[in-house]
Design a protein around this ligand. Sequence first.
Ligand code: UTP
Length: 221
Amino acid sequence: MIIVLSVGGSVICQSQHRFAEYSQVLKNLSSDHTVFVVVGGGATARKYIEKARTFGADEAFCDTIGIGVTRLNARLLIAAIGCDAYPVVPETQEAAVVAALSGRIVVMGGTTPGHTTDAVAAILAECAHADLLINATATDGIYTKDPKKYPDAVKLDEISPERLVGLIAAEKMGAGANLPIDMLAAKIIERSGILTVVIDGSDPSNVLVAMRGMQIGTCVR
Ligand code: UTP
């Protein structure tokens, strides 16, 4: 199988231990599968972007700072994986596909101002003809509403890409679903029909559960 994993910076940067745990899971996966990982920027990206804003930097400039941090986090994961990782962080999805010809785990960060690493991962899943996109986030799946605000919010075991796009659009109108996937990523998942699973990234072994096709988090299909 060809698998793309998008892991939030806030998820993987929790601790050094978390990097080590993810590297172990990825090495296990890569013995039988082609594995790509896209790493987010997390709190460090937000901190740097905030500082740049205080100097009056424009948003595109701030995004390039964010991209820099995602690539730094990608480098850290490469260090944790060691020899099984492709040693360079590809700067485009095309370069990532070429890097995968090495047979090693390919780790990248952001690519384009205005995007998120979830969108990068969805585009990479298209380019690599991935069988599965796994989104390891800070929540345990997709809810009908923001579960922190609404006690009657329901976690969905499964959602169609069309309904996901609708939920994200409704959130923008103020309904407050607080979704772990952004609109661009959802649109790409919709147009390509990429099988996607949103999981709680705080336990890296959830990646293996999702890969085996067992019920976990929310499946987008
Ligand atoms: P992300 O928002 O994708 O990181 O990128 P993240 O770590 O997954 O976010 P958390 O952990 O869920 O909070 C961080 C920042 O980098 C820039 C954006 O400014 C984004 O907010 N970025 C990232 C881009 O501009 N383009 C990209 O392709 C990726």
